[in-house]
Write a protein that binds this ligand. Structure first.
Ligand SMILES: Nc1nc2c(ncn2[C@@H]2O[C@H](COP(=O)(O)OP(=O)(O)OP(=O)(O)O)[C@@H](O)[C@H]2O)c(=O)[nH]1
Ligand SMILES: [Mg+2]
Length: 694
């Protein structure tokens, strides 16, 4: 691949609802640019972008692919993001590092949940948006209706068709360029005359285009007001300005079929004309430890300080780790040493390359603004900043949602047990929406992600790294506590042969809400010495992690030891440990023990018509509705508090209840008492490990 300097580079992220046609569109663009000689198909697993085994099997994208497209002496780095809701972390990172966003919309379905989410992220990162209405060749596809659905959903944006379709559904033949008023059949490499029956529609669209272009530039606006027209060159220039400026909310609209390769040349041209070169990018940074955002102002160039953001990491058993970097300013060279600002570590950069799907293409140098791949970094993970050592800053990374779905993992073999920590570490460092932990409450290894498919894909990667596990639904991290005061006395006495053991403890326990475990002593007259009161505490502490009634940690209990007895010879540390432990357990059983469970704050967004079903389902989940709302786009939002125990597989349930049109967020709120009808079977099922008298 030839060397591209800053002005010859474009970075665009392709985002949208699951299956709207992003990957197929990229395939068509690659084909038109001459990079491939056959159009691959999703159904055959032959597209450049969905090359991963998981993607080919599932026929969906599961991670963002970097697809550099060389066209008219420009390199367009296309980031083909997945649409499936589980992979929103990939979408956020792609949007973060691109300079323009292409939102693809299915001409049959119109605006969908995934369209709205992608839109929201693009606005959050202040990115300009271009819309491609795709799949216009499909049965029931409708250009006008899709445009209307965009206008109704994003009312503060102007949608300006730059191309109009010639025919639709099985008749979709090509597009008309609204500016030149010429027809472009098939992919659109060659121009032809405007079909006569479209003259009026094109005339209207041309007027709209002219107005939108004029609004982007004061001089054009003045001329438009006085003369009623501006020239085609001025329209072209005005629309470029409008499309590149996110504040204007002007969205150029294109129309294509990816699989039939119709209307795609104009998109390729737009990816150059309607997007900015990376030099004009303003770059958000944090200086030192500060959380304030500062900006490195444009122009960005090779001569500015080095600032690169690692937005993706791929781990391969054979080629090792590959880090994807977006270089915002400065240059990176193969075989150089660079500084990881986030980690404070030097890294040796070997052979730089770019990746086209799975193909690695070596590069000697990356100029400011480019995207490339660095192999085998030692300390670097997704989200890190590579920068000048003496400039102490990190690049702003996008925030990520809390996990929604978790599984408990059991290593299959001893060998798996020894590597489970390191493999899960590799995966979670690569993906900021994936986490793992050793849950002390349940003694389980838990992997958390955004949904079932996300977690399955992660485990299939783990398998490729040589880790095999059995998965199960994780236990709910219940806690045990008490609801009233209770007393107990326990005497431990043992006199079988040799030296005897003797210890007696009298204590009471009482609820200590929100204040944890507290141990106090009020023994008078030296009935028990300090040494043995410490032994007693030690014995009680042993009970806390695994509880008394159901095997869960004990919380919020105040223990007061107020009496006891010693024996001149047989009192021993171990005797008082046992007495303390057993007295505590006895008192605990008498003190109205209960289970507490995590309660989650949940925000569910669904189309209005489905709200009734969602609400009655929440009733069956012990949900408490806190409030309801309607979004700007007419979706219903319900905020509720729901026990975690009822939400373990909600991502699957919500998907099937709403046909994928519902989304939710979930964060931990607090612990609350488990109702007795639900606690009872959990307590009954618990079999404590026999506690011996040693
Ligand atoms: N008829 C028709 N089908 C299309 C078109 N584009 C994509 N498809 C089909 O729609 C399905 C999804 O296409 P993809 O290209 O994988 O869509 P995507 O947006 O990349 O999907 P995700 O990345 O999984 O969100 C596949 O079965 C494609 O063959 C199109 O323009 N016309
Ligand atoms: Mg895709």
């Amino acid at each position: 691949m030839k060397e591209y300097t800053t002005e010859q580079i474009r970075n665009v992220a392709l985002v949208g609802h699951q299956g709207c046609g992003k990957t197929s569109l990229v395939e068509a663009l690659l084909y038109n640019s001459g990079a491939i000689t056959r159009l691959g198909r999703i159904e055959d697993g032959t597209t450049v972008s969905d090359w991963d085994d998981d993607e080919r099997q599932r026929q969906i994208s599961v991670s963002t692919s970097l697809i550099p497209i060389e066209f008219n002496d420009v390199k367009i780095n296309v980031l083909d993001a997945p649409g499936f809701a589980d992979f929103q972390g990939e979408v956020r990172n792609a949007i973060r590092v691109a300079d323009s966003i292409v939102v693809v919309v299915d001409a049959v379905a119109g605006v969908e949940v995934g369209t709205e989410l992608a839109w929201e992220y693009a606005k959050q990162f202040q990115q300009p948006i271009i819309v491609v209405i795709s799949k216009l060749d499909r049965e029931n596809a409708n250009f006008e209706r899709t445009l209307e659905s965009l206008r109704a959903s994003f009312t503060d944006h102007k949608f300006i068709p730059v191309m109009l379709p010639i025919g639709q559904q099985h008749d979709f033949k090509g597009v008309v360029n609204v500016l030149t008023q010429k027809a472009y059949y098939d992919a659109g490499a060659d121009r032809a005359d405007l079909p006569a029956d479209m003259a009026a529609a094109v005339e209207d669209a041309h007027r709209e285009l002219m107005e939108a272009a004029a609004e982007a530039d004061d001089a054009y606006m003045e001329k438009y007001f006085s003369d009623g027209v501006i020239s085609n060159d001025e329209i072209r220039d005005g629309m470029r300005k409008a499309a590149r400026n996110h504040e204007l909310n002007t969205v150029p609209v294109f129309v294509t079929s990816g699989t039939k390769n119709i209307g795609t040349y104009p998109v390729l041209e737009a990816l150059i004309a309607y997007t900015s070169s990376p030099s004009v990018r303003r770059v958000g940074i944090h200086r030192g430890e500060s959380t304030e955002i500062e900006y490195m102002m444009p122009p960005q160039s090779d001569d500015n300080p080095l600032a690169a953001y690692v937005f993706k990491t791929v781990n391969d058993r054979f080629v090792g780790t590959q880090s994807f970097v977006r270089l915002f300013s400065g240059v990176l060279r193969s075989d150089s040493r660079n500084w990881n600002n986030t980690k404070g570590e030097e890294e040796r950069f070997g052979q730089l390359s770019t990746m086209r799907g799975k193909e690695l293409i070596p590069l000697a140098i990356l100029h400011a603004g480019d995207i490339g791949v660095v192999p085998k970094l030692q300390h670097t993970q997704t989200g890190d900043t590579i920068g000048d050592r003496d400039k102490n800053f990190t690049l702003v990374s996008p925030g990520f949602s809390e996990p929604l779905y978790s599984v408990a993992l059991q290593p299959k073999t001893q060998q798996d047990a020894t590597k489970i920590g390191s493999v899960l570490g590799i995966l979670t460092q690569a993906d900021p929406t994936l986490r793992w932990r050793n849950d002390p409450n349940t003694s389980q290894i838990v992997l958390e992600g955004m949904g079932e498919i996300h977690v399955q894909v992660a485990l299939s990667r783990a398998e490729k790294l040589g880790l095999n596990v059995i998965t199960e639904i994780p236990k709910v991290p219940y806690k045990e506590t008490i609801t009233r005061k209770a007393d107990a006395t326990y005497r431990h006495k043992k006199q079988s042969g040799g030296a005897g053991q003797f210890g007696e403890i009298t204590l009471y326990i009482e609820p200590n809400p929100g204040a944890g475990f507290v141990y106090d002593t009020k023994v008078t007259g030296g009935a028990v010495t300090d040494q043995f009161l410490d032994s007693t505490n030690k014995g009680i502490q042993q009970v806390l992690p695994t509880g008394v009634i159901a095997g869960y940690p004990v919380v919020d209990v105040h223990v007061v030891v107020y009496d006891g007895k010693m024996h001149p010879v047989d009192s021993k540390d171990i005797a008082f440990q046992i007495a303390g432990r057993e007295a505590f357990k006895e008192a605990f059983h008498e003190a109205g023990p209960v289970l507490q469970e995590p309660i989650m704050d949940v925000k569910i967004t669904v189309p209005e018509a489905m709200m009734g079903d969602i609400m009655s389902d929440l009733n069956t989940r012990r949900g408490r509705v806190q409030g309801m709302d309607t979004t700007e786009t007419g979706k219903s939002v319900v905020n509720a508090q729901i026990p975690l125990a009822e939400m373990l597989r909600y991502s699957n349930d919500l998907r099937s209840m709403t046909g994928g049109r519902g989304i939710y967020e979930m964060t931990f709120s607090h612990y609350d008492r488990v109702p007795s009808n639900i606690a009872e079977p959990i307590i009954k099922a618990y079999k404590p490990h026999g506690s011996s008298d040693e």
